[in-house]
Design a protein around this ligand. Structure first.
Ligand SMILES: [Zn+2]
Length: 334
């Protein structure tokens, strides 16, 4: 086990010292949460977002956030069926989505240590073995999304998928982490490389790949259809939300272009995206929304189908990125 101090330091390295996560994650409930100062327990989205906001503002990891991020008990989320063909198998702060198809399963993102065994147990609870996976789609090269690939790979015949730049970033980040107190392992060579416009087809399911640079240069987003009884909805996984790994104004410009592109899909006249399968549950209040699934009665709307909430989040993401663009341009003008 690593000490909490090591974990905190590592997270600061991972998140960057000047993250503007609260602006970047685009959630609308930061202000309401700011009065909340009780230590973090369990999985309350507003308080978590508030702690990340504090981290972004001060550049210092709030001690309770650092502890909480590595606390297996606090991070535990009972896996649940979000849609007929989609299960949530992640932990509190970072997502993993499992997609059921007529010919096996697709996993989206892999969590990180010490949560990979939890991911495997979560899949088992919904009746899925790693050997049932056919594809593992990864959003981007940061440890919290690809850190589980190394442990999963020998347990499955699945193809592990990312963009070329995503693979490059993941392999470079993993190598750089070897000199830190909390090294993590990555597959040493790209398995399957996909690019913008490609589709992953498995049985009755098609997942479309979007290259959405911004959070990292190699970030991929994914769209798929999700089913709820007789209804089918278009869903989207935004591959990266935060502005915590920004190296230039140009990168922020790419981020804004990606947000605008996704906004176009949400506002599409014929087949709009109405579901955001988020990569970080606190960014959309997913943990609270999923509670509504438990008490939902026949005929009630699905709590995760929320086109206006998605559009609002994109607006907030864009505003945060525009502010960040100003900061980056001023830095470069110096
Ligand atoms: Zn990331």
């Amino acid at each position: 086990m690593t000490s909490p101090t090591h974990s905190i330091r590592t997270l600061i390295q991972h998140w960057g010292s000047r993250t503007l996560l609260s602006l970047a994650l685009g959630a609308g409930f930061v202000q309401a949460a700011q009065a909340q100062t009780a230590p973090l327990q369990a999985c309350p989205s507003p308080q978590i977002l508030s702690r990340f906001e504090e981290f972004g503002r001060t550049g210092k990891m709030p001690p309770d956030l650092g502890r909480w991020l590595n606390d297996r008990q606090a991070q535990y989320i009972e896996p649940y069926q979000a849609f007929d063909n989609v299960y949530y198998v992640g932990v509190c702060w970072v997502s993993a989505w499992l997609v059921k198809t007529s010919e096996g399963y697709i996993l989206i993102d892999t969590l990180h240590e010490p949560f990979v065994d939890q991911l495997i147990e979560n899949m088992a609870k919904v009746g899925v073995k790693p050997s049932d996976l056919r594809y593992v789609l990864m959003t981007h090269g940061h440890f919290d999304h690809v850190g589980g690939a190394y442990k999963l790979k020998p347990l499955t015949q699945a193809r592990f998928v990312m963009t070329q730049t995503g693979w490059d970033e993941a392999i470079a980040d993993s190598r750089a982490s070897q000199k830190t107190p909390r090294p993590w392992q990555m597959l040493q060579a790209p398995d399957l490389v996909l690019k913008d416009g490609d589709t992953v087809t498995l049985g009755d399911t098609r997942i479309k790949v979007y290259e959405t640079p911004g959070h990292t240069h190699g970030t991929a987003s994914y769209s798929l259809d999700v089913k709820d009884g007789s209804q089918t909805y278009h869903a989207f996984v935004i591959g990266g939300l935060g502005l915590n790994a920004i190296d230039s104004a140009k990168q922020v410009e790419s981020y804004i272009a990606s947000v605008n592109r996704i906004d176009g899909l949400v506002h599409d006249k014929t087949a709009p995206i109405t579901v955001h399968l988020t990569t970080h549950p606190f960014s959309t209040g997913l943990t609270e929304a999923k509670e509504k699934l438990k008490t939902r009665r026949p005929g009630d709307p699905h709590p995760l189908v929320d086109a206006s909430g998605f559009a609002q989040q994109l607006t907030t993401l864009r505003q945060g990125a525009e502010q960040r663009l100003d900061i980056e341009r001023k830095k470069e003008a110096r």
